[in-house]
Design a protein around this ligand. Structure first.
Ligand SMILES: *[C@@H]1O[C@H](CO)[C@@H](O)[C@H](O)[C@H]1NC(C)=O
Length: 296
C-alpha cells in the first residue's frame, strides 16, 4: 500500500508512520524542515519536504492508496486539508479509479464530559467538550464523503513516549516537585498508548476499502482513575504530596478535566484490534521515565 501521513513527525503520526513502514507499506511523510525529513528518512519513511499549506503533497494523490491525517488542526485547517484532498483526487485520478482512502483523526472528547453514562463508538454525539465542538461536523464531512473512502479514528487521551497531554503534569512533578492538575476528585480518563493507536491505524488503512463511513473510538477497554494517576505520580516521582486539583484556566484545561467513559467495541469487532500496552497507572514508572528520557 502507498500511504501518506500528514503530521508524520508528530506524537500520533510518527509511530503510525513507523508501524506502517514495518508492516511493509510504502510510507510518505510530510516534513517541514530538513532535520525532520532526515528523521523520517532514517525510519524508511519517504520525506516530502514542505508544509501543509503548500501543494507539494497533493501531487502524490494521483497514485496513493490512503492518506492519514493526524494533524491537530483548527476547524478551518481540518476542513481545508480534506477539501484540498478531495479536489486533487477528482483532478488527478482517472475516472473509475479506486477511491482514495482518507483517515481523519478526531478524538474521544467529542463524546463530552459525563461521569455516569458509558459511551461506545456508535453512541450519537450530543454534547462534545467545548474545545472540540467543531470536530463532529468534520467527522461527518469525512465519513459521508462520496469522493473518497472516509473513515474516522478517535483516540482517547494519549500516553507513552514523550507523554503528549500528560507532559506538563510530569514536568510539574519533576521540576517543581508538585502534582497539581485541572479537575476535581473522582474523574476518570479513557486512555490509549500511542503504539496501540499506531497498530489501529495500520489495520484501518489496510482494510480501508471495506470501512467507508466507519468511526472508531481508540481507547483501552478500561478507563483509569485520575485520583489514582495523581497519587501514583506523587509516589514514583518523589514529588511533595499530597496531589492537588485546581480549577481549569482555559478551554483546553476544561477538556483535560473531562471524564468520558468510553467502552469501544467496533475496532475489536471489525479489525480484531485490542490494545496490548500496560495501563497508564499500572506502569506509570515506565511512562514517567520515558517522558524524562525524551525531554532531557
Ligand atoms: C450524562 O448523560 C446522560 C444521558 O445522556 C444525561 O441525562 C446526563 O444529564 C448527563 N450528565 C451530565 C453531567 O452531563
Amino acid at each position: 500500500m502507498k500511504v501518506l501521513v500528514l503530521g508524520a513527525t508528530g506524537f500520533i503520526g510518527f509511530p503510525a508512520a513507523q508501524a506502517l513502514a514495518r508492516a511493509g507499506h510504502i510510507v510518505y511523510g510530510l516534513a517541514r524542515t530538513e532535520a525532520k525529513a532526515k528523521i523520517l528518512a532514517a525510519e524508511e519513511i519517504i520525506p516530502i519536504l514542505g508544509d501543509l499549506d503548500s501543494s507539494v503533497w497533493l501531487s502524490l494523490i494521483a497514485t496513493l492508496d490512503a492518506i492519514i491525517e493526524t494533524v491537530s488542526a483548527s476547524p478551518d485547517g481540518s476542513r481545508s486539508i480534506f477539501e484540498r484532498t478531495v479536489k486533487a483526487a477528482k483532478e488527478l485520478r482517472p475516472a473509475g479509479a479506486p477511491l482514495l482512502s482518507y483517515i481523519y483523526t478526531s478524538g474521544t472528547w467529542v463524546h463530552g464530559d459525563n461521569r455516569t453514562d458509558i459511551v461506545t463508538d456508535t453512541t450519537p454525539i450530543a454534547r462534545p467538550v467545548e474545545i472540540v465542538a467543531w470536530r463532529p461536523a468534520v467527522e461527518q464531512l469525512v465519513a459521508h464523503s462520496t469522493a473518497v473512502t472516509g473513515i474516522v479514528v478517535r483516540p482517547a487521551l494519549l500516553y507513552g513516549r514523550s507523554a503528549s497531554i500528560l507532559a506538563p503534569l510530569f514536568k510539574g512533578a519533576s521540576s517543581e516537585g508538585k502534582v497539581v492538575w485541572p479537575g476535581t476528585p473522582g474523574g476518570r480518563y479513557a486512555v490509549i498508548h500511542t503504539d496501540d493507536l499506531a497498530d489501529l491505524f495500520v489495520r484501518v488503512a489496510e482494510r480501508a476499502p471495506l470501512l467507508g463511513g466507519k468511526i472508531f473510538d481508540a481507547a483501552n477497554s478500561q478507563t483509569e482513575s485520575v485520583d489514582e494517576l495523581l497519587q501514583k505520580l506523587v509516589q514514583i516521582s518523589g514529588a511533595k504530596g499530597p496531589y492537588e486539583y485546581r480549577k481549569p484556566e482555559n478551554l483546553y484545561e476544561e477538556a483535560i478535566q473531562a471524564t468520558t467513559l468510553v467502552r469501544p467495541y467496533l475496532a475489536n469487532a471489525l479489525l480484531g484490534w485490542s490494545p496490548k500496552k500496560p495501563g497508564l497507572v499500572e506502569s506509570l514508572d515506565i511512562y514517567y521515565a520515558a517522558w524524562r528520557a525524551s525531554s532531557a
